[in-house]
Ligand binder design. Sequence first.
Ligand code: FAD
Ligand code: ZN
Length: 466
Amino acid sequence: MSLLDTLRAAVGPAFVLTEGDLSAYEIDWRKRYHGRALAVVRPGSSAEVAAVVQACAAHGTSLVPQGGHTGLVGGGTPDASGTQVLLNLGRMNRVRAIDVANLTMTVEAGCVLQAVQEAAAERQLLFPLSLAAEGSCTIGGNLATNAGGTQVLRYGNARDLCLGLEVVTAEGEVWESLTGLRKDNTGYDLRDLFVGSEGTLGVITAATLKLYPQPAAMSTALATVSTLQAAVDLLQLAQARLGPGLTAFEVMNTLSLALVRTHFPQLVQPLPAAPWTVLLEQSDCEGEAHAQALFEALLETALVRGLIDDAAVASSHSQSRAMWHLRESIPLAQSQEGLNIKHDIALPVSSVPGFVAATDAALAQAFPGVRLVDFGHLGDGNLHYNVQSPLGVPAADFLRDCEAAVNTLVYDAVAAHGGSISAEHGIGALKRDELARRKSPVALKLMRAVKAALDPAGTLNPGRML
Ligand code: FAD
Ligand code: ZN
């Protein structure tokens, strides 16, 4: 039987797509990668995933796992050869179980993140992973990329929120370990091998996730600061005053919010433009009055100490949502402005101001007029340090002529400041060569050994990451 016939028999002919407009599966979110798949296959169960993987293995056909296709590094888009099978997990979207006493839930990989948050909220519980793509990204993709987002400061990244996995291996076997255990020292941590492996080691089909009690009250504020060092000082003060109650600490530079103003003029910006605007969020387990008193005392102290110039506290849930909406609109505003050179970098928090000052200056000198769209999760030392073409220079020309040199300048500075070239988006196709240049040879050798052990034929997402 041909591969396509075997796949049709495995998942049903309606779920093997070979014709019509497949661009939603074949072109990535940033429209940088235009692939072509042999077929888009949409299995409905772990057994069907296993059958698809076995069929591809038998035919020596490579396979690209895909969830919500919101990844930013070209990891979930097929190559242009027309020979790869695209395995889209979107139909596997059931919540299998919620264990309220154990504070866990077990969900299938294709569950959209927002649906997982909502299922937890229905039980008055919190699944804290949160990012701007949550309306379409999936838990499988979040775990495969070890996604971060806005709540890492308090709750950790996707890896920290995962207790168990179900994975279809490269041979097409199902490894079921949906244990929900917080302690399990029985050998190598296989779960943590698959988390962050970007579809190169196995196909995640389900996960058991950590839940938390919902906070009794939340507070949100925007505050303007004149330097990034003041933002770091404010972070320290907020951590000292609020402890684990500080659940988010985001920064946005002038241009980030200016692009939001240009492309989304209907969004109200409550504070005047400033070099940096901070978004702080507090979660409190006691209640409104307690939360408000703590939060206002913090901002008062910050004003008196001259750390912040101005602040606006949300007085309702909808005002809080509006503040978050400003922050979350930056990636969209940027993409409307045109392609840019993205850097998703991690640094020790203490090194962030020095890094930005030195790198902004070096870029301005090497590429006059270049525009810097800097924003991100300062609480985690994670900046989205993005470089947009000078005004009047078409984005495509700028990328063609300058991308490699800009990357070298930025990543050399990241290395000099003890940072990482990928904080949360992963490596995919975009940063594969950079990883090969910058990761230590010993680390690369170990990574290749893991890949060879788990996927000896190299059929899972080849050419990504390694
Ligand atoms: P996809 O894009 O479909 O896939 C991503 C990778 O995972 C690919 O390599 C794919 O092969 C692999 N994969 C997908 N599903 C599986 C599976 N079931 N088993 C094995 N491998 C699989 N990321 C952050 O970390 N923090 C942010 O704040 C953030 N903000 C974002 C904002 C916007 C507007 C957008 C568009 C993206 C953002 N991202 C962010 C990128 C982030 O990586 C994704 O949104 C998300 O984690 C990917 O999930 P997905 O289901 O879309 O995965
Ligand atoms: Zn981010």
